[in-house]
Design a protein around this ligand. Structure first.
Ligand code: GUN
Length: 283
């Protein structure tokens, strides 16, 4: 059996066309959605993500602001800039690219962003709202995964969902979103005993650990939906996910590729959150 591919590029293109229409309509009413992105340091992967986020804004007709700081910048400079962006009514979304250099208190930085402009959905207030089932902004990667499950007509009610990875960015919010759709959710992590025991029970398996090809075909239930959030660079420079695609596709029913799966959806959902934030200013 060979799995059906859940194509994140195609779904993104479709959703971004819809977004562009809404952006044009809002701009015609005098509000052009604007995303401000802050990048500290020279991490090459972060630089690529930020470039793609800014390009995504341009292609859908949104405005973007990109502020890049040296890796040794005084955190006070970044806090002052966030305060400025919080106060600017023309800015609808603010994002600080993670990870930040070690001399930053990342949590304090995320808390400094005005919750109503926190399009990443990382502010404690927004995480709390998500946990209560009443989200203001859904974190972009798990939001993109939910959209892919919807597009693939994957049944969620009562399904066994297993998430590998417990990060604040993906694993934890992913668990909340699947739980809200009445999945039975298991979250595995680096200390889990017998990982394969859990993954083999999954109707929906989400891999978000950042370890190249760690989920192999023998760890997957036949016919399962496999969502690969990992983006890892191999020594030869090629990108690969947390799932060993070659063996997994022989077992899974549906599978996301890397690249071209969850990655483009993350940016599409960031654009969605930014647009919705801008739309709310007229309500
Ligand atoms: N670093 C990795 N993923 C993300 C994300 O979704 N948002 C931000 N701000 N930083 C990240």
């Amino acid at each position: 059996m060979t799995a059906t591919i859940l194509d994140g590029n195609a779904l993104s293109a479709h959703l971004r066309t819809e977004l562009a229409g809404r952006v044009a309509a809002l701009t015609a009413r005098g509000v052009q959605p604007c995303l401000a992105v802050i990048l500290v340091g020279e991490d090459p992967a972060s630089a690529v993500y930020v470039r793609n986020k800014v390009a995504g804004c341009e292609k859908t007709g949104m405005r973007s602001i990109k502020d890049v700081y040296a890796p040794d910048v005084d955190p006070a400079v970044v806090f002052a800039r966030i305060a400025e962006l919080n106060a600017d009514p023309a800015v609808h979304g603010i994002l600080v690219q993670l990870p930040l250099p070690r001399h930053f208190d990342s949590e304090a930085v995320l808390e400094a962003i005005a919750p109503e402009k926190d399009v990443d959905g990382f502010h404690a207030e927004n995480i709390g709202a998500l946990m209560q089932g009443n989200p203001r902004f859904i974190p972009c990667t798990p939001y993109g995964v939910m959209k892919m499950l919807e597009a693939g007509h994957v049944p969620l009610k009562g399904a066994e969902a297993v998430i590998v990875g417990r990060s604040n960015i993906v694993g934890k919010p992913m668990a909340m979103l699947l739980l809200a759709q009445s999945c039975t959710v298991t979250v595995c992590h680096s200390q889990s005993k017998d990982l394969a025991f859990h993954t083999r029970r999954a109707d929906i398996l989400v891999a978000a650990v950042g370890k190249a090809k760690m989920i192999t075909g023998d760890m997957i239930k036949p016919g399962a939906t496999v969502i690969d959030v990992g983006i890892n660079r191999l020594p030869d420079g090629k990108l690969c996910g947390d799932v060993d695609f070659e063996s997994a596709k022989e077992v899974a029913g549906l599978i996301t590729p890397v690249p071209g799966g969850v990655g483009p959806m993350t940016i599409t959902m960031l654009l969605t959150n930014t647009l919705e934030s801008a739309e709310r200013t007229l309500k």
